[in-house]
Design a protein around this ligand. Structure first.
Ligand SMILES: *Cc1c(COP(=O)(O)O)cnc(C)c1O
Length: 210
């Protein structure tokens, strides 16, 4: 783990490294924490909430998985740092409602379905305009930027062009953050100007789903 983190730190410059800890134990998370990692990403609310409740309170938790409206409450009442996977008006509305109840502002990214894959989550590019305007009108949401998962392909040019498209969307809407790049493609994401990379396997090893 230490070698992987050292290597990443040399490569990333000022890009924020989020360690994706889904399926990984508290012990493994604490190992990364002891190496100085403070940003962690999780995909499942139940697992995230359990970890939030017993791990150090200075961890910045990123919600990166598909979020159902009925689970919003559990993370908004806790100390969620950034919800990266907002992909619908309904979800944004619910986050805002819970944020008002808890008297706080919640920072979010909109997940874009950049691969335009019907099986993938994320807001389609054609609906992005509407979702962004909607989020900007909400009192207790801070829209910080966009998140994307590259198309599932070995074709590096396709991956690069989707990252490039994300970068142009970030500029078009004048947003401050882009979250893109995972273990297999983060180098391309950095070259294309990402602000956040989300790395699981490279730091923690392969995941075993039980
Ligand atoms: C699991 C996951 C990651 C990390 O993937 P690795 O390939 O293990 O680095 C990043 N982003 C999202 C949205 C994920 O679900």
């Amino acid at each position: 783990m230490k070698e992987a983190i050292d290597e990443l730190r040399e490569e990333i410059g000022s890009v924020t490294l989020v360690a994706v800890s889904k399926t990984k134990s508290n012990e493994e998370i604490l190992k990364a924490y002891d190496l100085g990692i403070r940003d962690f990403g999780e995909n499942y609310v139940q697992e995230l909430v359990k970890k939030m409740d017993c791990l150090p309170s200075d961890i910045k938790w990123h919600m990166i998985g598909h979020l159902q409206t009925n689970k919003v409450r559990d993370i908004v009442k806790r100390n969620i740092y950034l919800i990266e996977s907002v992909d619908s008006i309904k979800l944004a509305k619910e986050i805002n409602k819970e944020a008002i109840k808890n008297n706080k502002t919640v920072s979010i990214l909109i997940e874009v379905n950049i691969a335009n894959d019907i099986n993938k989550t994320g807001c389609s590019i054609s609906s992005l305009d509407e979702l962004i305007s909607f989020c900007l009108g909400l009192s207790n949401i801070n829209l910080c930027g966009l998140m994307a998962i590259a198309p599932h392909t070995d074709n590096i040019d396709d991956i690069r062009s989707s990252f490039r498209e994300m970068k142009s969307l970030k500029s078009k809407y004048n947003l401050s953050l882009l979250s893109m790049g995972m273990s297999s493609d983060y180098k391309i994401a950095i070259e294309e100007g990402t602000d956040i990379i989300r790395i699981g396997t490279k730091i923690f090893g392969e995941r075993v789903y039980k």
